[in-house]
Design a protein around this ligand. Structure first.
Ligand SMILES: CC(C)(COP(=O)(O)OP(=O)(O)OC[C@H]1O[C@@H](n2cnc3c(N)ncnc32)[C@H](O)[C@@H]1OP(=O)(O)O)[C@@H](O)C(=O)NCCC(=O)NCCS
Length: 171
């Protein structure tokens, strides 16, 4: 079934949490950098600032199957963000993460962010491919990778192509 994509708000926090808590141990290592226990995941999600951050979700049959959380912060004089993404195991390889990332980057561009970073483990092949759709600037440091996506300045009446991935991303 096709899923629906939407901006998420603080009201969606319980559904987001259910999604995050369904992630298995290795997925938590990939997403959080550690095999975070449930309590740590609850605390982490409780700190999301929906007024400032960008949060996008994919819904399927009433539950969230994928989430992007992009904390937004100042870096010197620049507004930047750091993208974290997860898609439930049963819904992968349907380009859900790619579409979530594209929507997030477009919102980030409109908000005036100049850069978005993605940190992931070099063994994370889906993330390597996903990041490669949006940037060629991927720095490797042993087990870790950092992708830097530079966003064009928001231009009135500009099209939405800037942050879109190179190819189709049907869910
Ligand atoms: C990483 C993750 C979000 C990808 O979600 P997804 O919805 O399956 O990703 P997509 O379907 O958009 O695929 C992205 C790319 O990875 C490729 N890919 C997906 N699964 C793959 C796999 N197991 N092996 C190799 N490539 C894979 C896809 O083909 C696609 O590449 P393409 O655009 O060239 O076809 C998901 O695997 C996940 O939640 N993992 C655990 C958490 C995590 O790793 N988070 C990242 C930390 S920021």
């Amino acid at each position: 079934m096709a899923c629906e994509f939407a901006a998420l708000t603080t009201h969606d926090r319980p559904a987001i949490l259910r999604h995050l808590l369904r992630l298995g141990t290795d997925d938590r290592v990939l997403r959080f950098g550690t095999a975070a226990p449930d309590e740590a995941v609850v605390n982490y999600c409780g700190r999301w600032n929906f007024a400032r951050d960008i949060v996008e979700g994919a819904w399927d049959e009433g539950r969230i199957v994928g989430v992007v959380h992009l904390p937004v912060y100042d870096s010197h004089d620049d507004l930047v963000g750091e993208l974290g993404v997860s898609v439930e195991a049963e819904s992968r390889q349907r380009h859900i993460a790619t579409r979530l990332a594209a929507r997030t980057l477009e919102r980030a561009r409109k908000r005036g962010l100049v850069r978005v970073y993605i940190h992931f483990l070099t063994r994370n092949r889906p993330m390597m491919r996903l990041a490669g759709r949006f940037t060629t600037d991927i720095a490797l440091d042993h087990d870790e990778a950092q992708a830097t996506i530079r966003l064009p300045a928001p231009v009135p009446q500009a099209g939405v192509a800037a942050a879109r991935p190179a190819g189709p991303a049907a869910c």
